[in-house]
Design a protein around this ligand. Structure first.
Ligand code: GLN
Length: 290
């Protein structure tokens, strides 16, 4: 019988899986053939041997089941950092870099900490792989970066990333603010915000649902955070939130209704309002809203 791998090449394998995302196929090929993307693109006739083809087919089977390519490779680039990721954590999305950018802009306005005159203290709520906290720690080694998650599995991944990237982050096991006792100059979060009925969830089934889905049309966790964050922020501290493409107005209301001032939103690279933030006035002004 003819060997099925005999004529298999990079180009024929990509053609054969034309319904999968081209970028995912290229990442799979680079990883399994241990070559650069440039090499791949300039050598489409590179033959695939039997073991290579077998592994590529195992991976494409997973891609058809919507397993993210990042889980297959075991890592994902975010803010120029290579993060270890697996089924325990949400894969960091490029949209979330918008949240990092805006947080850095708010940090620049706050320098040095208005409350203590010392290092700015920052908390990333629901850190997952640690992406946001680690990106901020990489840009601002002078800041005191903390992060929490309700999942011990996520914290294990974040700890591994913090160690391997040599970026110190203090990790807390906490469901939102339940085990948080200190105050911060900035609180940032990319909480779950997808409505349970959203059809996109079918494509995200390999990722932890608790990191993606929130009740109340996706707003339940955003609401909890907006209601509680004031007590964990210093005066003039910022709360910055990522949210769904159609939730900016709702999140602006949540922030304003909970006493935050200077509430603004910012678009991601896809043009959707993706990040909304506000500043905490003094405790007295905030509690007047309660
Ligand atoms: N931005 C992610 C997505 O739509 C969702 C992340 C989240 O719920 N925080 O795939």
């Amino acid at each position: 019988m003819a060997d099925p791998s005999q004529d298999a090449t990079v180009a024929s394998w990509v053609r054969q899986h034309g319904t999968l995302a081209r970028f995912d196929l290229e990442i799979a090929l680079c990883h399994i053939l241990d070559c650069s993307r440039a090499h791949l693109l300039t050598h489409p006739d590179r033959a695939l041997n039997q073991p290579e083809l077998a592994q590529l087919e195992r991976w494409s089977d997973q891609l058809y089941k919507h397993v993210p390519i990042a889980y297959l490779c075991g890592n994902q680039e975010f803010w120029g950092l290579s993060l270890t990721v697996d089924h325990r954590v949400l894969v960091p999305r490029p949209d979330t870099e918008t949240l990092v950018e805006q947080t850095l802009a708010c940090m620049a306005q706050q320098d040095p900490s208005p409350s203590t005159g010392t290092a700015l203290r920052l908390l990333d709520l629901g850190t997952g792989s640690g992406a946001i906290a680690l990106a901020l720690a990489s840009e601002r080694p002078d800041a005191d970066v903390h992060a929490c998650d309700c999942s011990l599995d996520s914290l294990a991944v974040a700890r591994e990333n913090s160690r391997s990237l040599r970026l110190p982050v203090t990790l807390h096991h906490s469901d939102w603010f339940d085990n948080i006792s200190q105050r911060y100059d900035l609180i940032v979060s990319n909480p779950p915000y997808i409505a349970p009925s959203d059809p996109h969830l079918d494509l995200l089934g390999a990722e932890p649902a608790h990191a993606l889905v929130a009740d109340d049309n996706g707003l339940a966790d955003l609401r909890t955070i907006c209601e509680q964050a004031g007590r964990f922020l210093q005066t003039n501290g910022w709360l910055l939130l990522e949210h769904g493409f159609d939730q900016a107005e709702a999140v602006r209301s949540l922030l304003s209704n909970n006493g935050f001032i200077d509430v603004q939103s910012r678009r991601d690279l896809g043009g959707n309002e993706r990040v909304t933030w506000g500043q905490k006035p003094s405790d007295q002004a905030l509690s007047a809203h309660e």
